[in-house]
Design a protein around this ligand. Sequence first.
Ligand code: SAM
Length: 412
Amino acid sequence: MSADRARSALVASLVRDGRVRSPAVRAALETVPRHLFLPGLSHGRAYDDAAVPIKVDDGVTVSSVSQPSMVAIMLEQLEAGPGQHVLEVGAGAGWNAALLARLVGPDGAVTTLDIDDDLVAGARANLAAAGYDHVTVVTGDGALGYPPAAPYDRIELTVGSTGIRPEWVEQLAPGGRLLLPLTVRGSQLSVAFDHTAPGRLSSRSVRSCAFVRLRGAGADPGAEIALPGDGWRVQPACPDGGPDDGTDGTDGTAAVLVRAVAGEGTDRPAAAAGSGADLWDGLGLWCALADPGTVRLFGPATGPGPALFDLGRARAGLGLVAGEGCALLLADPPATVRSCGPDGGTAAARLTALVEGWVAAGRPHAADLRIEAVVPSLAPTADAAAAELVATAGTELVDTAGTRLAVRWEPG
Ligand SMILES: C[S@@+](CC[C@H](N)C(=O)[O-])C[C@H]1O[C@@H](n2cnc3c(N)ncnc32)[C@H](O)[C@@H]1O
């Protein structure tokens, strides 16, 4: 198949699925030749709706050409327009930078950063081959932004962050937009923030996403805990909310979780279990925002263990730890909550109520979230502003690296 035909077919499917909505994003995707950013791949594969890893270190993907549907979703969130100045953090092979260049046109300017020299060299070569050599490609740690070309009308990260760096907000023009994959209580969310006042951001749109994480000064190793035994791991939603190894003669909730995973405990019906995607987007996000004891569990794809969601290379599920007990949500119909340990009943009651609350609220997901952000170092009245935000019923205050978030659900 010719590259042009493969590209048209891909864009048509993104329009059909509602990923592409605006004529500008459609024209950009129809024009920029993605295959020139993936030299060596067949046209068929270059125009699959899939991310393509381009750099792997120690078995871990550190760079990829992003999935077209995700790129389209984010460009719709960004709303970059003619004449604007844009900073991208995470150049990769340069494909999204070319799309941005197309969106801002000849009167705009795009600067893209990557932390690795070899990726920057590749991106420069690809952009030149595709006719976008007016994009400025710089090696640098995007955590610091890029002051020489600031202020920017738009800053887009195509790499995940656990916080909002003051540098990005400082380098954003008043009324500008910051779009980034931001980890909130363990869920990575693509959040488009408008810059409403010094140090203050307000979300325009939120979507679910999954990006490789920032390296360098903004890196965060995450808080994953390996359970003893059969290769199960736990990700606490809050850094200090996960299972413990036990004190004062107790077994600890890590050991209780291992027993629950092995089948021990009391099972009771649950209102719903959601889907695998809901672990991060819907139910999992709902639980993580409401209860700091929420955990996500990951285990081997096969072997002993409970009926959690099959993610292909792993099983994953939702749980909650409380006191000396835990509860697990089992996905096999009928949906079930299993409790284990001396405080298992408390954990199960909390998890059961959360599931019921999520169902009663109409099963909201990431797109139903509203987030206000305060970067305390840039907002002189940060404490007062945050207090005012949390005073609203149903608003959760979430402290992430360098940022205070006020998060609330607004379904519908
Ligand atoms: C998902 S890839 C980017 C995809 C790309 N924008 C595209 O068009 O497909 C994420 C990129 O972020 C880069 N990265 C990671 N940490 C970074 C940092 N601190 N500063 C700049 N780039 C970084 C990685 O090297 C990787 O190339």
